[in-house]
Ligand binder design. Structure first.
Ligand SMILES: CC(C)(COP(=O)(O)OP(=O)(O)OC[C@H]1O[C@@H](n2cnc3c(N)ncnc32)[C@H](O)[C@@H]1OP(=O)(O)O)[C@@H](O)C(=O)NCCC(=O)NCCS
Length: 181
């Protein structure tokens, strides 16, 4: 059976949030989240700026095969109790099947509360259980916040001469199998 993270309740700045997998019901929420981003946020996350998150693209982003890839979000709750996306962390499996590429995005008003770190740890925990050996990312050299977080979590950072992006590699310790003496 493929390991899947259970929904979990967490508090950031004293406010209740829920961490869970995204699904197709979150399509409109993802579009609303995208519409809250400024240009720099879009560029840092996607590598270039674009104005509109179409329904088709949003469906792809929330409707990933969660048994293979993983797309997690942190939700807060609006006045009527409706879920609002505040942060997303995801990885998609690379062709080797042993490593995956990750990406993060956090609402501008909710930065430095530990959301990306929480998502990174949740992604890494599931990836380990699924037998992946590392998580990788390409991050723009100027993205000091993201690079600082990866370093803090034990990743190596490799810069390539002349390139705008650095290569991140986070090794995952294999999950110990129980021995039956
Ligand atoms: C980068 C990003 C995901 C960080 O999200 P976040 O939730 O604010 O990060 P966290 O609160 O989990 O940060 C954890 C630690 O990482 C480091 N860090 C995070 N952002 C930082 C920043 N702007 N400057 C310096 N260090 C930073 C700090 O060590 C921080 O711990 P501290 O706040 O106790 O000092 C967020 O700024 C973002 O969405 N940026 C735009 C999109 C993007 O760059 N995506 C990355 C593409 S892979």
């Amino acid at each position: 059976m493929v390991s899947m993270p259970d929904p979990v309740e967490l508090f950031f700045a004293g406010e209740r949030h829920v961490l869970r997998c995204l699904n197709l019901d979150d399509t409109d929420r993802l579009i609303a989240f995208f519409n809250s981003h400024n240009e720099e946020t879009v560029r840092l996350r996607y590598g270039y700026f674009f104005k509109e998150m179409t329904v088709a693209r949003a469906r792809e982003l929330v409707g990933v095969d969660q048994c293979r890839d993983l797309a997690l979000a942190l939700f807060s709750f609006g006045a009527e109790g409706e879920p609002v996306i505040d942060a997303i962390g995801r990885y998609f499996l690379l062709p080797s099947g042993r490593s995956a590429e990750m990406a993060f995005i956090v609402r501008e008003t909710k930065r430095r509360l530990g959301m990306a770190q929480t998502l990174l740890r949740a992604l890494a925990a599931t990836a380990r259980v699924r037998g992946l050996t590392k998580l990788v990312a390409q991050v723009q050299r100027e993205n000091r916040g993201m690079i600082a977080l990866f370093r803090k979590e034990g990743a190596t950072v490799k810069s390539n001469l002349g390139a705008d992006a650095v290569d991140i590699s986070l090794p995952l310790k294999p999950v110990r199998k129980r021995s039956h003496a």
